[in-house]
Design a protein around this ligand. Structure first.
Ligand SMILES: Nc1ncnc2c1ncn2[C@@H]1O[C@H](COP(=O)(O)OP(=O)(O)OP(=O)(O)O)[C@@H](O)[C@H]1O
Ligand SMILES: [Mg+2]
Length: 239
C-alpha cells in the first residue's frame, strides 16, 4: 500500500447546523487523506462528528465549507446527478442497523443491490455467490433475513455493499450491535476484502479493541481531528 496514493482527499471540511439562529459546528475544519486499498478507522466519542464526516466523504451530505476529492472526482462541486452516479458506482455503504429486504433471501438481497448499481445481468449470479462466499455465507444463500443471526445479517449487508465492486466501502459502526467475537469476525472479513479485492474501507467505531486491524486511525474530538495512533500497524486481527 502506497501512502502517497490517496483515494479520498478532504480539505477544510466544515459542517454547520442551524439551531435557533446560531450555527453549531459539527465539523470545525478537517483535513484528511484516506489511503487507497487500506482500512481506515474513524474513532471518537459519541457526538464527535464521525457520522457527519463519513456522510460527507461518501457523498450523502455536503459540507458547509471545504472540498472532497473521491477517486479523482470533486464530489463537493459535483451536481446531484453526478453525485448520485458516484454513490451508485464507486461507493458501498453499511449502516449500524442492518437494512436487508425482509422478503428477499440472502442471495436476492445481494443481487438486488447489484441491479440498482447497474451491474451487468450476465455476471450477477456468479458475483453475488462469490461475495456471499467471501463473507463466509456459502451455506446460507437461500436463507431469509429472519433465519439468519445478527452477525450473519451484517455479513449479507457487507456482501451486498461490495458486490458491485465499489472503490470505497463506508461502514458506520458496523459492529455496534454485535457481540465482541462476532464483531471481530466482521473486522476479519473487512481485512480479507482489503487484501483480496483491493477495496478501500472507511469505518467508524467506538471499540478500542478493533484499532489494531486498521492501517490508519483518525480520532475526532468535538469536530476536529486530534493526534491519534496513525498507522496502527499492518493490521492482522487475531480472531
Ligand atoms: N442534522 C443535524 N442537525 C443538528 N445537529 C446535528 C445534526 N446531525 C448531527 N448533529 C450534531 O453534530 C454532532 C456530531 O454528530 P455525529 O452524528 O456526527 O456524531 P458521531 O460521532 O457519529 O456520534 P455517535 O458515536 O453517537 O454515532 C452531534 O453533536 C450532533 O448532535
Ligand atoms: Mg455516528
Amino acid at each position: 500500500m502506497s501512502t502517497n496514493d490517496s483515494i479520498i482527499t478532504a480539505r477544510g471540511i466544515k459542517r454547520g447546523f442551524q439551531s435557533g439562529g446560531d450555527t453549531f459546528w459539527a465539523l470545525g475544519g478537517i483535513d484528511l487523506d484516506i489511503p487507497r486499498g487500506g482500512l481506515t478507522i474513524l474513532r471518537g466519542r459519541s457526538g464527535s462528528g464521525k457520522t457527519t464526516l463519513m456522510n460527507i466523504l461518501g457523498a450523502l451530505d455536503r459540507p458547509t465549507e471545504g472540498t472532497v476529492i473521491l477517486d479523482g472526482v470533486d464530489i463537493t462541486a459535483a451536481s446531484e446527478s453526478e453525485r448520485d452516479a458516484v454513490r451508485r458506482k464507486k461507493i458501498g455503504f453499511i449502516f449500524q442497523s442492518v437494512a436487508l429486504v425482509s422478503m428477499m433471501s440472502a442471495y436476492e438481497n445481494v443481487e438486488f443491490g447489484m441491479r440498482i448499481s447497474g451491474f451487468p445481468a450476465a455476471g450477477r449470479r456468479e458475483r453475488a455467490e462469490e461475495c456471499l462466499h467471501l463473507v463466509g455465507l456459502s451455506s446460507r444463500i437461500k436463507h431469509m433475513p429472519q433465519e439468519l443471526s445478527g452477525g450473519e445479517q451484517q455479513r449479507v449487508a457487507i456482501a451486498r455493499a461490495i458486490a458491485h465492486r465499489p472503490a470505497v466501502l463506508f461502514a458506520d459502526e458496523p459492529t455496534a450491535e454485535l457481540d465482541t467475537l462476532t464483531g471481530l469476525s466482521v473486522i476479519k472479513t473487512f481485512r480479507e476484502l482489503v487484501e483480496r479485492e483491493g477495496v478501500t474501507i472507511v469505518m467508524t467505531t467506538h471499540d478500542v479493541g478493533l484499532m489494531d486491524a486498521a492501517d490508519v486511525v483518525y480520532e475526532l474530538s468535538d469536530g476536529m481531528l486530534v493526534d491519534a495512533a496513525a498507522g496502527a500497524g499492518e493490521g492482522g486481527v487475531q480472531a
